[in-house]
Design a binder for this molecule. Structure first.
Ligand code: ZN
Length: 225
């Protein structure tokens, strides 16, 4: 799954409002980030397949440390313990759920290449076989989750820009022609995009309501009267 993971981040942000969105963006992609660090190091392996369906062009060939359920449990526990120590219970719970959500959302869409234990018992419900349905459902999940979070919020504009960037990037990937790159190139590009998206999430939350301007207005009027 791609941008659908950020839908999970927005749902978590609604529940854990004190936890920054950028950290939730990182947590829901932590598993992929680990994969794209381990692939260039030769520890894990993804392979490119020249098929028309854009979702099936990259196969997780050997990803026991990042994408197995057993590793996910260990990663999520480590995230929980570290964030509990550094930032407290709310951060720990939110980042735990965020990091563990990745495996279950991936499991819905991947076609039998998600391991349960280390490199064995590979599963995946295969929604990506139906590429257009998969694309629409994932996009809808992100949009609905973000709208649920934004309901009643006064910081809508930057979040809308963020969502548009995410959907546009996803659409570009979906419509892109087949072009084989090396796994290292794919890893660098993916890590760059994850950093950009987390940066935009940070920027979206920094938007301030225009309280100062409206607070000054009566004073200016008073001075003239
Ligand atoms: Zn993944």
């Amino acid at each position: 799954m791609f941008v659908g993971h950020y839908g999970a981040a927005y749902l978590l942000k609604k529940r854990f409002s004190q936890v920054p969105l950028w950290s939730l963006f990182v947590s829901v992609q932590l598993v992929d980030i680990l994969t794209f660090v381990l692939v260039p190091l030769g520890i894990e392996r993804i392979v490119y397949k020249p098929v028309p369906n854009p979702f099936l062009r990259t196969s997780l060939e050997y990803v026991p440390y990042s994408h197995s359920l057993s590793s996910n449990v260990i990663i999520a526990l480590a995230v929980f313990l570290i964030s509990y120590k550094l930032a407290g219970k709310a951060w720990a719970l939110a980042l735990l759920i965020g990091s563990v959500s990745h495996w279950f959302l991936d499991c819905l869409v991947h076609v039998g290449d998600i391991p349960l234990f280390f490199d064995s018992c590979k599963v995946g419900f295969g929604l990506w076989r139906f590429s257009r349905t998969g694309f629409l459902l994932e996009t809808a999940f992100l949009i609905l989750a973000s709208l649920y979070f934004l309901r009643g919020s006064d910081k809508i504009r930057r979040h809308v820009i963020l969502i548009v960037v995410l959907v546009a990037g996803y659409m570009a990937m979906f419509l892109a022609p087949q072009a084989e790159g090396t796994p290292t190139q794919a890893s660098v590009m993916s890590l760059t995009l994850y950093a950009v998206f987390a940066g935009l999430a940070y920027w979206a939350e920094r938007s301030k309501p225009k309280q100062q301007t409206s607070a000054l207005q009566p004073e200016v009027q008073d001075n003239h009267s």
